[in-house]
Design a protein around this ligand. Structure first.
Ligand SMILES: Nc1nc2c(ncn2[C@@H]2O[C@H](COP(=O)(O)OP(=O)(O)OP(=O)(O)O)[C@@H](O)[C@H]2O)c(=O)[nH]1
Length: 560
């Protein structure tokens, strides 16, 4: 008989009653359910993910499915702000979220953060308005109604405007039946395929003398059976599956979505607190990751390129520096195309991704991360003061690809990913060579390889006349520009400056009007649109060079 395992995450502010709810609903506890961790018991708070389960009848709207039995796995997440990495890790395996709110408190800081995590990781949510037993019976209904009205307003602008809000009391089991019946009506058949490589997210690991090491967790993809070889990715060790259990019952096969314990031949469980186990060779250790970025709208700061964030993917959190870039011809559903060129941007745009412009980020990780393609990744600023009441979650996205070589910034990246930055340099006329050629200055540093800019177009501003860089000139960063035709600016410059360095012939040609230098300057000045003085006009003639510079290229490759 096939059993559908449906994962329900329980999230909410610290002390809202998440563990109490899990206890009240569950019939079977896993090895680490209900704050069994000794430190949790001492401090009275949940420090780690807790897993427990209960069975339910298959709801009527799914009676035609191939599943005949339904198992609900509750993933009790910690509430304390300092444990948000654990919450994110837990939320990535859930099919539906219970957001627990203390009816006497309403929305609190971590409620809001949990709501955002739910928006990123889940499609369905049920709000549990807990601790209604604390309200005097005569006031209860009116207080609940008022709170529901307030919450409705908050949820209006979220992904879950129609979320059910169920008042109950986890500790006195008041109205828990309604929690169960609402859950039942929200059950759907999540994507569960036995196909593809086996990937297992381990959340707890311990050994049993004489039997082996047990890893408990959730099957993220594929399937596994007894005697299969699996790789403990962080240890780079391969083990055979000796036996498996799903909530204390032995099983011989598990598929995507199942919550199981896998027993393999002994290894030190301290070596694998959390992590991925998979078909050998398919999980990679990444030093750089690519994501399509979405900003969390409640994050109040700018997301700037080349700044650092906490990067959480699966159960790992490391620091990473982001490099932002845009694809200006990208359809939302289009796959990431390495064949394209992308424009580097300084910060995430205020209007976010647009229909044709998608924002991506290359994340340079400070420590490597083990993850699979398409994993959800969340960027945050966890060093923000947890009492400051501000949202620490900054952005999210799915992992599109990554770089496995720790030297990728020098090796793979320059050939694989072409990101350019638009640049503009401003220079000035140094002197004229002839009526179509000038020597320019101040555009380049002395040490710049001007040869890489030869044949690049330049424009004189404000006149708009165009020419191109013909060659370097001398050793001090000067350069020669040839114009397509005789330019008025050059003539103007000549008459308002000097004739030094010109051959007599050129001087003659340029002075062919027969007027004197000063007089010519006067004429030119009065001919300009603004009628400005020759001095200020002279200063405004600039040589403008626009080009693209590729990021991460060992040799400066430049394109216009
Ligand atoms: N009166 C009342 N107290 C409750 C209810 N649910 C939980 N509590 C109490 O609230 C406190 C916190 O409950 P927990 O279930 O540990 O809360 P939690 O959200 O799991 O806490 P963390 O995981 O540490 O964030 C405990 O003292 C519970 O007994 C309820 O429905 N009514």
């Amino acid at each position: 008989m096939s059993i559908l395992n449906f994962n329900v995450g329980i999230l909410g502010h610290v002390d809202s009653g998440k563990t109490s709810l899990a206890k009240a609903l569950s019939t079977t506890a896993s090895t680490n359910a209900f704050d069994k961790n000794p430190q949790s018991q001492e401090r009275g708070i949940t420090l780690d993910l807790g897993f427990s389960s209960f069975s339910m009848d298959m709801p009527e709207h799914l009676s035609a499915s191939t599943y005949k039995q339904l198992q609900i796995t509750l993933v009790d997440c910690p509430g304390h702000a300092s444990l948000i990495r654990t919450i994110i890790g837990g939320a990535q395996i859930i099919d539906l979220m219970f957001l627990v709110i203390d009816v006497t408190k309403g929305i609190q800081t971590q409620t809001a953060e949990c709501l955002i995590i739910g928006e990123i990781t889940c499609d369905k949510m049920i709000v549990i308005l807990n601790k209604i037993d604390l309200i005097e019976e005569s006031q209860r209904q009116s207080t609940i109604d008022k709170m529901i009205k307030r919450l409705r307003k908050t949820f209006e602008s979220t992904k879950f405007p129609q979320t059910p809000i169920i008042p109950c009391s986890a500790s006195s089991t008041l109205n828990l039946n309604e929690v169960i019946s609402t859950l039942q009506s929200y059950i759907y058949i999540p994507q569960r395929s036995p196909d593809g490589p086996f990937v297992f997210s381990v959340d707890h690991c311990f050994s049993i003398r004489g039997q082996g090491t047990i890893m408990t967790g959730t099957v993220l993809s594929g399937s596994v059976k007894i005697n299969d070889s699996i790789e403990i990715t962080t240890l780079k060790e391969i083990r055979k599956v000796k036996s498996m259990q799903m909530f204390r019952k032995p099983i011989d096969r598990a598929i995507q979505g199942d919550r199981i314990g896998i027993c393999v031949t002994q290894f030190d469980p301290d070596q694998l607190e959390r992590g991925l186990v998979a078909t050998p060779g398919i999980i990679k250790i990444f030093h750089g990751l690519l994501i399509r970025m979405n900003k969390v709208k409640h994050f109040k700061h700018e997301i700037e390129s080349r700044t650092k964030f906490h990067i959480t993917c699966g159960h790992s959190t490391v620091m990473g520096k982001i490099v932002l870039f845009a694809d200006h011809s990208n359809d939302k559903d289009e796959k990431f195309n390495f064949g394209k060129e992308f424009e580097a941007i300084d910060q995430y745009p205020a209007d976010g991704s647009q229909e044709n412009t998608q924002i991506f980020a290359l994340i340079q990780l400070e420590s490597s991360i083990v993850c699979q393609s398409q994993s959800i990744l969340i960027g945050s600023r966890l060093d923000t003061d947890i009492h400051s009441n501000t949202c620490r979650l900054a952005f999210h996205g799915h992992v599109l690809d990554g770089f496995t070589d720790s030297d990728y910034l020098n090796k793979d990246l320059p050939t694989k990913l072409r990101i350019y930055k638009r640049k503009e340099k401003i220079g000035y006329i140094d002197r004229l060579v002839d009526d179509q050629t000038i020597i320019g200055k101040d555009l380049f540093q002395k040490e710049t390889n001007i040869n890489s800019f030869v044949n690049f177009k330049v424009e004189l501003q404000p006149t708009g006349e165009q020419g191109f860089i013909e060659s370097p000139f001398g050793q001090s960063g000067k350069f020669k520009v040839r114009f397509m035709s005789k330019t008025s600016s050059m003539k103007y410059h000549l008459y308002t400056n000097h004739l030094d360095g010109l051959t007599d012939e050129t001087k003659q040609a340029l002075s062919s009007t027969g007027k004197g230098r000063k007089q010519q300057a006067k004429t030119t000045a009065t001919n300009t649109e603004e009628g400005e003085s020759s001095e200020s006009q002279q200063q405004r003639i600039r040589i403008v060079l626009k080009f693209k510079k590729y990021l991460f290229q060992e040799k400066t490759i430049i394109a216009q």
